[in-house]
Design a protein around this ligand. Structure first.
Ligand SMILES: N[C@@H](CCC(=O)N[C@@H](CS)C(=O)NCC(=O)O)C(=O)O
Length: 204
């Protein structure tokens, strides 16, 4: 019998959405609990490290979005065909994490001058540096980020690229056709498209 899963996060896609895509793709029932903002200070005390997402598996609680993603991916055939591909998934997920950290610093920068400086560096250096490399990886793998079949890494890419387009505009991926194609491929998988259609609307 499948365990009882309860995914706990905020009312956002953020660091939980790739986990929701794994659940949707694998047809796994789970509770998608979104902690209301006003309940967070109290709720925080009950979490292992004061942060979300967490996943309850038959009542046992684990934290860390990528550890959770990797665990579920391994169980549901989404972690590559062998250890080498599983490693490639981890490498790309962590590298995307590095880029997302820089994007987060830009998005949350309060000083307008520093924000503009960050934007110039991002647009001229950081984003082309990472996206050109990711583009080559996906093009070389015929449209997958790892190997020749769908992995949880593709889900992390799809969610990140969707956010990227929200931040920088729809045309921002035009020069990266393999990445754009990967995002579209993931969101057109029927089980994921169905999740996309019914998921709560949130900013990020
Ligand atoms: N490395 C952790 C980071 C988790 C994290 O930063 N969570 C944020 C939301 S995205 C959080 O819980 N913030 C609320 C707080 O720190 O009080 C993961 O990937 O799960």
């Amino acid at each position: 019998m499948s365990p009882h899963y309860k995914l706990i996060y905020f009312n956002a896609r953020g660091r939980a959405e790739h986990i929701r895509l794994i659940f949707a793709y694998s047809g796994i029932e789970y509770e998608d609990y979104r902690v209301p903002k006003e309940r967070w200070p109290e709720y925080k005390k009950k979490t292992p490290f004061g942060m979300l997402p967490i996943l309850e598996i038959d009542g046992k609680v684990v934290s860390q979005s990528n550890a959770i993603g990797r665990y579920l991916a391994k169980q549901h055939g989404l972690a590559g065909k062998d250890e080498w591909e599983a490693l490639q998934c981890d490498v790309l997920v962590d590298t995307l994490g590095d880029l997302k950290q820089v994007l987060w610093k830009y998005r949350t920068e309060q000083d307008p001058i520093k924000k503009e400086e960050r934007k110039v560096k991002l647009m001229k250096e950081t984003i082309p540096f990472y996206l050109a490399k990711f583009e080559k990886v996906v093009a070389d793998n015929n449209g997958y980020s790892v190997g020749s079949a769908i992995t949880w890494c593709d889900f992390v890419f799809a969610v990140s690229l969707e956010n990227f387009e929200l931040i920088f505009g729809k045309a921002s991926l035009d020069q990266y056709p393999a990445l754009k194609g990967l995002k579209e491929k993931v969101y057109s998988i029927p089980s994921i498209a169905a999740w996309f259609a019914r998921r709560p609307t949130t900013e990020f």
